[in-house]
Write a new protein. Sequence first.
Length: 145
Amino acid sequence: MKFHILAIGHLKQGPEKDLLEQYRKRITWPLTIKELNPRKPSDTSSLILENIPDSSAVIALDERGKNLNSLEFSGLIQNYLDSGVKNLSFLIGGADGFEETIRSKADHLISFGRLTWPHMVVRALLVEQLYRSQQIINRHPYHRE
């Protein structure tokens, strides 16, 4: 399975990018991160939708989504791995979040808690959770519970 992160905006050099790259290097799963820069806010949903790979399950990170712990998140990933899904796409919106067209396209809406996170920080959090999921699935002691 290939993992894709589609994110609005461009992550500049800085601590968020450094942290993201630190965990990205540890992940052995195929992972691409595509940064999308809409010309105007009204283009955001269509730009995201046209960049979701074919045969992709879709998980949107949304404040209205389900709050999972790391074991539940890795279980969701494991289910997709077991079901033979070719692509798993994670969507990260911009400062204004997602319109209903994106939420309705998603197979799952998940939240990283009730706190508001800058969308640039969420990228690093997501990549760390993907790494953590990989370690949980491989029964590595990185995750302690």
